[in-house]
Design a protein around this ligand. Structure first.
Ligand SMILES: Cc1cc2nc3c(=O)[nH]c(=O)nc-3n(C[C@H](O)[C@H](O)[C@H](O)COP(=O)(O)OP(=O)(O)OC[C@H]3O[C@@H](n4cnc5c(N)ncnc54)[C@H](O)[C@@H]3O)c2cc1C
Length: 418
């Protein structure tokens, strides 16, 4: 079966990409989703706070997803649920499997990757101790509580202060559990400031920075954990250990793009994001393969996922019409505190009036300047009161600015003290 565009993943990114492709004249689109409903991770995020930018409203995750699902239905966009994509080839042959059709061999003129991300597991942390029941990733606990109606436990310690951990601290408290501590290895939180205030401060839940879990107690069921302060080298400081009894440990220690399909496809990958390298059109290093959403880089806000995905869907439509230039383009890099930029390449000829350059910083910066250089020339130097790793930053880049530098080879974004 041949399609114009196959979208892998039916979360907010996949839905927004498919909708944008349809709005740009593409008829034959198929979304493949491994779960039994569309909406992605939003289906388990029943708290509000979604859609402030897109709809100027505070929606819950399922409400936000429903707006896109309804639009996809209005546009008659086809989808297959319980369908896991197993591989994608450079010539855009997609192999998938589901219980109804068995193995599916599909072809497309363009493919949009929108597989989202997954949580870092306990195995990645090397915490000594047995493997008792009661240790969950924060997202698994969220699914248990919000979708399956089960409580993971009553006395909780959370390791990691990423947004999912913060949201689960509040969720577990509202469901009657006692959250004793959120411990964070870094000297700053990994989550959004608004989540620290609304999920911890408002409920009197302590957040202890530069602290980790050094031992897990209990053999069949978790009985407690030992925490310790860590030094600048992130190693536990002897003598700072503290025992906390608990029956549940939630891990919120990072998200990793679901990048197996991207890697097997041979896409150029960016070590700092674990996602593929893309240009201004969200096109990867393989012609006609686009990527967007959390599979590209982990976002804090779904609104920006939808924006980026709409750009990918629109560009995929343009690609099919033969309208995308694909030579090397201008390189965009982050340095001096800027961990990465998306996109990593720009073809001014493909650009609309302006594009948004997104990036994350690697540390906390107060009253520093964010600067952008076109080759050696500094063209932007803006003071920012605070920049933190947990909050994505952005800069606007105008086509008219780029047109003034026809021989430009490299755009660099960096942090400067003055
Ligand atoms: C706990 C939590 C709380 C959040 N809170 C907020 C908030 O308050 N406000 C806000 O704006 N944002 C929030 N976010 C962020 C937002 O939900 C995400 O940025 C957004 O859902 C990412 O969209 P996505 O489509 O890239 O990924 P996902 O939503 O993860 O969707 C990816 C989809 O791809 C599917 N898939 C993966 N691999 C395959 C495959 N091989 N074959 C077929 N299908 C596949 C998955 O099943 C999934 O449905 C939160 C996220 C989490 C996890």
């Amino acid at each position: 079966m041949e399609y114009d565009i196959i979208v892998v993943g039916g979360g907010p990114a996949g839905l927004a990409a498919a909708i944008a492709a349809k709005e740009n004249g593409i008829g034959h689109i198929l979304i493949l989703e491994r779960e039994n409903e569309l909406g992605g991770i939003l289906n388990q995020c029943i708290h509000n706070g979604f859609g402030l930018h897109t709809f100027q409203e505070e929606l819950t995750g399922p409400e936000y997803a429903a707006r896109y699902i309804e639009k996809a239905a209005d546009y008659n966009i086809s989808y297959k649920l319980e369908t896991m994509v197993l591989s994608i080839s450079e010539d855009k042959e997609v192999t998938a499997v589901n219980p109804k059709d068995g193995i599916l061999q599909l072809r497309a003129k363009a493919v949009v990757l929108a597989m989202g991300c997954r949580e870092r597991p306990r195995g990645a942390l090397n915490i000594p101790g047995f493997r008792p029941a009661g240790i969950f990733s924060a997202g698994t606990a969220q699914r248990l509580v919000n979708i399956e109606g089960r409580m993971p436990g009553k006395e909780v310690v959370i390791l990691g202060s990423g947004d999912i951990g913060l949201i689960m601290a509040r969720r577990m408290t509202l469901e009657g559990a006692k959250v004793k501590l959120v411990a964070e290895l870094m000297p700053y939180s990994g989550g959004l400031k608004r989540n620290i205030v609304q999920c911890l401060d408002d409920f009197g839940i302590p957040l202890r920075l530069s602290t980790t879990v050094v031992k897990i107690h209990g053999k069949d069921r978790l009985r407690g954990v030992t925490t310790a302060k860590v030094g600048d080298n992130k190693k536990p400081i002897a003598g700072t250990e503290e025992y906390l009894s608990c029956d549940t440990l939630l891990l919120s220690v990072g998200l990793i793009p679901e990048n197996e399909l991207s890697v097997n496809l041979g896409l150029d990958m960016v070590p700092a994001t674990n996602g593929p390298q893309v240009d201004e059109s969200m096109q990867t290093s393989v012609s006609g393969i686009f990527a967007c959403g959390n599979v590209l880089h982990v976002h804090d806000l779904v609104d920006f996922v939808s924006q980026e995905a709409a750009c990918a869907g629109k560009a995929a439509a343009k690609y099919i019409a033969g309208g995308l230039q694909e030579d090397k383009g201008i390189e965009v890099t982050g340095t001096q505190g800027v961990r990465y930029t998306v996109p990593g390449f720009i073809h001014p000829v493909n650009m609309e009036e302006e594009i948004i350059l997104r990036f994350r910083v690697g540390n906390v910066y107060q009253n520093n300047y964010i600067s952008m250089y076109f080759d050696e020339e500094r063209i932007l130097h803006r003071k920012k009161k605070i920049m933190v790793p947990g909050e994505m930053e952005e800069l606007k880049l105008k086509k008219s600015d780029l047109d003034r530098f026809p021989a430009l080879q490299c755009i660099t974004v960096k942090i400067e003290e003055a």
